[in-house]
Write a new protein. Sequence first.
Lengths: 326, 288
Amino acid sequence: MTDAQTLEIRDLSVGIGPHDVVDGVDLSIGRGEIVALVGESGSGKSLTALALMGLLGGAVRQTGGRATLDGTALDLGDDAAMRRLRGTALAMIFQEPVASLNPLLSVGAQVAESLVVHGRATRREAWDRAVEMLREVGIPAPERRARQLPSELSGGMCQRVMIASALISEPRLLIADEPTTALDVTIQAQILHLMRRLRDETGTSVLIITHDMGVVASVADRVCVMYGGRIVEQAEVHRLFADPRHPYTKLLLATIPRMTGGHKSELFSIEGRVPDLADWPEGCRFRTRCPLADGKCAERPPLAPPGSDPGHLAACWHSDRVEDLT
Amino acid sequence: MSAVGNVMRRSFVPRRGGGVPVGLFVAIFAAMILIAIFAPLIAPYDPDRQNLLGRLKAPGTEARDVFYLLGSDELGRDLLSRVIYGARISLSVAILSVLLSGCVGTALGMLAGYLRGWVGIVVMRLVDIFLSIPAILLAIIMVAVLGPGFVNVVFVLALTRWPRYARVAYGQTLSVAEQPYVRLARAMGAGPGRVLFRHILPNIIAPLSVVATLEFGLMVLFEAGLSFLGLGVQPPMASWGAMLSVGRNYVSNAWWIATFPGICLFLLVLSVNLIGDRLSDYLNPKSR
Ligand SMILES: Nc1ncnc2c1ncn2[C@@H]1O[C@H](COP(=O)(O)OP(=O)(O)OP(=O)(O)O)[C@@H](O)[C@H]1O
Ligand SMILES: [Mg+2]
């Protein structure tokens, strides 16, 4: 299923002032593949996603990288070209569902927005499809809800409205930044199910950004672990859970609470905290917090297969010793 | 307090604040607009008809079949009719200059706030320069150069006042453009025009309308000031300001000529300013 690549990026870098907040990220997402991007707060996940949409701005600039979408080169910095793709081939869901909806426009109009912007439907058709989409994401009485303002909806419903607004354009790549954080467990499961169904029915590829290893386990095909603006490990999901080869991944997995009862989705808690942008060390950026760090780590480790599986990559000089970590 | 008093209080006095009966001033303002619109139906006489035998008649007197309810002016014209027609000029100059300066200022401010970069710098420096010159002085100089007249006055007032709107629109656009809902709109492919008009403008219109209301009162006064100096709308058309200017020469023997237009100006500006204040309290309760 993952033979044709929907999206490929090479060496993507994003800078804020003199600092590389995203530093040489390679990422490829196959057709119909769901890839999870995980990592602590501040590791650069959202900026990677925004760069892919060509939506960086202000002090945040893309400083390098090439991308292709379905084999065609993408110029992420060309706003006019990217604008034609946003809302058609590319769609994105953001972190804050309530603030992401315009307080003065009806939710129906906002779901229909991408169809209207690109002239893909008349106003009437777009509205009808928006209502249909609201029904699909599980909003009861969608005809009535579509006419309401975001302030009349709960946070969970706003999240589903935003998801509807992204799915309505039937994108080739859907980027979902923490799509389920604001939701309770039942709705979360419903949304994840919806994304999987979308993938199965339309072959849409999904890049899902999350803190929640539970979400990763239940929806992703492949996982990229990010730390300090770099991808430190990437593997097929079962591989990663069974045999992590980067100490950071290992520690991340250790922070998942045992799946007893419905309570999961804890935030990560690893000894120490992510250093400020200015304080990232030379070489491996995790070495200030890593139990395996030694002199060798002052040199940047390449992202390379630690074992025989070419699809499993880790950026660590000591990937053979990760197993021994407790 | 009696029940009637309570009802009165509730309908006229806002829950918090200075206890100003805004409803009354809204009524005054609305009445003035209606008077201006329907002036020909309301005015008892032709405002320009001179009557040399009825010059400087006191309010309530009659001369040659004309009953001067508010008295007559130095050419024997009916002051009541002139005040009624004067509302047209005072109000239309204010409305047009507010609309013009509001549109220009908002458009420039939004562009500056959205594009930032050199556009933002140029526009905002221009705003600073304009705002550092006393506006009435600027207006006087420009009218003196361009010449008086209705169109010129509107044009000059708009030219002096657009920076007020630009400054507010700039700041508001800067903050609204950072809102996640603007980012989402961009993520759906909305271009700059759509983002500005559909997503940003409706969200910044409230503070701009407060500025517009307060500016409205100021425009009435500016126009009156220009007319007072003879730089406003030219005779025989006369705004309240122009009538004030003429009346000034007769204060000792015909006080009414300056007094009635003066009261009208006072009530109009007071009403508009109070409405503006209340509007701003209502729209940002935090700034109370
Ligand atoms: N507009 C901005 N201006 C300055 N710094 C920024 C900006 N956006 C992000 N950053 C910084 O860049 C770093 C990476 O941010 P990013 O939002 O990509 O993190 P994240 O991995 O998505 O975290 P989270 O899980 O909290 O969403 C952070 O240190 C953040 O403070
Ligand atoms: Mg984020």
